[in-house]
Design a protein around this ligand. Structure first.
Ligand code: FES
Ligand code: MG
Length: 586
């Protein structure tokens, strides 16, 4: 058989990629010939699994900038296992640079990932992500195609080090900002500290959203065990990437798809792991959106009720003292998961990308020391200190608060509202020494929801008014329809739903209205006289703010984005559309 005949005589016509590379005639010639301009010999078209490596590397997304190197390690693994690796770029939603917020583009990235996987001759895919939104976007896109998939997150940065102190990305931005405002730090010191905070490749090394979603992806069973916690620059990051490359080829042979992994039980595991790591509130949105892709019904309350029995075992910033590098050396996520398994808190049989149950994956994982990963017998924070879901006349469709990041004394609070129609309106006056607020005031920041901003930015934990900071006040209640960075802290009620821009009750609050926050009883309400009737009256007089966009992607977004209780996905992207492509391109 000549090489050319070999290429036209596939040995596995059932393989999806063979609809391209095994095709006869003109189409097959087109599919193969152009690929050969990259130096691939005809043997790669013989029916072996073709593995896409979706790479969100970008210099505009610093947390993902090194993923091209990670892709090389994945490729090695794919070749080793007899697959044919093809890396392709996806967009990268970098948290730090993108305006108005990277969240505006999560759904766009998910859509791109989905379409690229489906449109190309792939049998399986490895998903390379890092920064906050890139992990959920990859998972959402891949879930909607449902070809065998393994995620490899890029790993956290090394611990920040400033003057002998560990500094956490994100978390210390808020601290340095306060230190600057109060004169504890000079501008020069602050510039120097910036460089100390982000000193290696990788994503934020606090338990912010990126670390949270990396752990959540592993808890869902979509990453290899240990993959979430190796630092980006640790040689074992490349080792795990190579293993993922090998494993995805086997997944194709086994036909083990995300739909078998992403079950209700997997989401319950992820929610519990998120509680045990003191994870970001953003996981609520991303997991809800992902669940929508695979037909698992997650209600906001699931995050609360499932997490209530789970203590926080991880002593990481922003809630604790350590950073991801320490977590890794203390045994990483497998050690923590094993502790939860031993406590009977997880569905241990739930299948993962290893082909085995999550409990079996981590059976040998041990905690090293007890400071970073604590045991269930002596947890870092007692059960029930995680994300609470609130309801009430101010948030009929829910709101969340991260209790571990809040001040315990403020979890039950009553105070007068001081309302700002946008985060900018607040920032304009935040430093005013005569601002009419005191430590009991409830700062209400609105029009920062999915449609209102648009994109639901991380603006909810506005810094305290300078006047109060100077007086030594360290926290106050803030209520907002936006999100909070996973690295943020404070008594901040987030994701108030429905948002103000669609006429949620948040739009109807007035200065001076008494706001009651009662986290133990899971309520957030306006304590005004005859509240229902009064809110109705106010609603009748309310006019929606003008739509900020009349064309372009931002318009599409505001047309189709759902509220936070549905994960802020586009309505038309819910569900799995599979991998079939009915028509040829030539
Ligand atoms: Fe990218 Fe924090 S900014 S992970
Ligand atoms: Mg973040």
């Amino acid at each position: 058989m000549t090489e050319h005949q070999h290429a036209q005589a596939p040995n596995n016509t059932a393989r999806r990629s063979q609809a391209w590379f095994g095709a006869s005639g003109r189409s097959g010639m087109v599919y193969r010939s152009w690929m050969r301009n990259q130096g691939f010999g005809p043997d790669v078209f013989d029916g072996r699994p073709v593995i896409g490596i979706a790479t969100s590397a970008s210099e505009l997304a610093p947390c993902n900038a090194h993923l091209t190197r990670v892709a090389e390690a994945v490729k090695r693994g794919v070749w080793q296992a007899g697959g044919f690796p093809l890396a392709f770029p996806t967009m990268a939603t970098g948290e730090t640079l993108m305006r108005p917020t990277a969240m505006l583009y999560r759904n766009l990235m998910a859509m791109e990932v989905e379409e690229l996987i489906r449109a190309n001759p792939l049998d399986g895919v490895v998903l390379l992500s890092g920064c906050d939104k890139t992990t959920p976007a990859m998972l959402m896109g891949a879930a909607s195609v449902d070809l065998p998939a393994v995620m490899v997150t890029g790993g956290p940065m090394l611990n920040g080090k400033y003057r002998g102190q560990d500094v956490g990305s994100g978390t210390h931005v808020w601290k340095f900002e306060e230190d600057l405002k109060t004169g504890r730090m000079t501008q020069e010191e602050c510039f120097f500290a910036e460089g100390c905070m982000a000193r290696s490749n990788g994503h934020c090394m606090t338990m912010g959203t990126a670390s949270t979603m990396a752990c959540v992806a592993e808890a869902l069973g979509m990453q290899l065990p240990g993959s979430a916690t190796w630092p980006a620059v640790d040689a074992r990051r490349m080792e795990t990437a190579q293993s993922a490359g090998r494993r995805v080829v086997e997944l194709v042979h086994e036909d083990l798809r995300p739909s078998r992994i992403l079950t209700r039980e997997a989401f319950e595991n992820a929610i519990r792991v998120n509680a045990a790591i003191g994870g970001s509130t953003n996981a609520v949105l991303h997991l809800t959106a992902l669940a929508g892709r695979v037909g698992v019904d997650l209600a906001p309350e699931d995050f609360d009720s499932l997490a209530r029995a789970v203590p926080t075992l991880l002593n990481l910033m922003p809630s604790g003292a350590y950073l991801m590098e320490d977590f890794c050396y203390a045994g990483g996520l497998p050690a923590l998961v094993n502790e939860l398994v031993r406590g009977g808190l997880l569905h241990g049989e739930q299948i993962t990308v290893t082909g085995r149950g999550i409990a079996e994956n981590v059976a040998d994982a041990e905690r090293i020391g007890t400071d970073v990963i604590t045991g269930l017998d002596k947890p870092f924070q007692a059960a029930g200190s995680g994300t609470a879901v609130l309801r009430g006349n101010l948030c009929p469709d829910g709101a969340v608060i991260k209790q571990s990041a809040a001040s315990p004394r403020l979890l039950t609070h009553r105070g007068p509202a001081r309302v700002f129609d946008s985060p900018e309106a607040y920032h304009e006056v935040a430093d005013d020494p005569d601002l009419d607020v005191d430590e009991n005031t409830v700062l209400v920041i609105r029009n920062a929801g999915p449609r209102g901003y648009p994109g639901m930015p991380e603006v909810s934990n506005v810094p305290l008014p300078a006047k109060l900071l100077k007086a030594g006040v360290t926290d106050m209640v803030r209520v907002c329809d936006g999100r909070m960075s996973g690295t943020g802290y404070g008594t901040v009620v987030l994701h108030v739903t429905p948002e103000a821009a669609v006429g949620g009750p948040l739009a109807l609050v007035r200065d001076g209205d008494p706001v009651v926050l009662d986290v133990p009883n899971r309520t957030l309400r306006l304590d005004i006289e005859d509240a229902d009737a009064e809110l109705e009256r106010r609603r009748a007089a309310w006019t929606p703010p003008p739509r900020p966009h009349t064309s372009g992607y931002a318009w599409l977004y505001t047309e189709h984005v759902e509220q936070a209780d549905r994960g802020a996905d586009f309505g038309f992207l819910r569900g799995c559309r599979g991998h079939e492509v009915p028509r040829d391109s030539h």
